[in-house]
Design a protein. Sequence first.
Length: 269
Amino acid sequence: MTASEKFTQGLRTFASDIAQGFFVITHNSFALVGLAVMFAVIVMTARPELRQVGELQLFSWLQTRQVAVNGPIGELDAIDRATASNPKDLPKQQAAVAYWLSKKYRVAPEPLSALVAEAYEIGIRTKLDPTLILAVMAVESGFNPFAQSPVGAQGLMQVMTKVHSDKYDSFGGKLAAFDPLTNLRVGVKVLQECIARAGSMEGGLRYYVGAANIEDDGGYAGKVMAEHARLQMVAKGRSMQFTAPQTVTAPATIKSNEGPEKVAMLSGS
């Protein structure tokens, strides 16, 4: 046998040994994987809680991988949760109010359009002027749905959520105070109660801010009434100039013979 033939035979033997070793290793590895899978199936069948934990972890890992590869997961129904509408779809009167408020308070016209439409709709049901409702929102929060006062008044209408928690029960609980439309509806109910109790719009506003039993309400009622008058003019098509809005600081706690009252704190009793 020549040297070349010996070298070729040696290579064949070496390659054969490697192939056999690879087969043995992979065969044993697959066997171990099979045993591991079988053991996992048995354990998860016997322990359903472990299977649930495993499924949650796998689902979480798959979601993480999807976000890493494709970016944030889209939700086509997100638009249904948005408090917004096209101002062009509103009646001319409402659209004029929405655009004017948008410019004055530097809030996007789309969410303001939804609030204006709701104010007009609820105003018909409660027999309250919708521009009064919008004026209260303007002075109370400047149309910030997440506003909170030092005494705990929350949302667009700055309602004392703790005091009026029962009014949020039909909306799923007090966290609904930060849903703009829910806060608007609850705030209107409180305002309606205040006006009924006082017997007049201005008196009701004083009750609403908690200043029914003192002379000085911090200028609150006057500011709301002035904004109400401006919005009425805007709704009629009049061009109204405006200045930067000023925040009214209501008394933190107002003492009276009936006890302390706070912003939008009047109970329905």
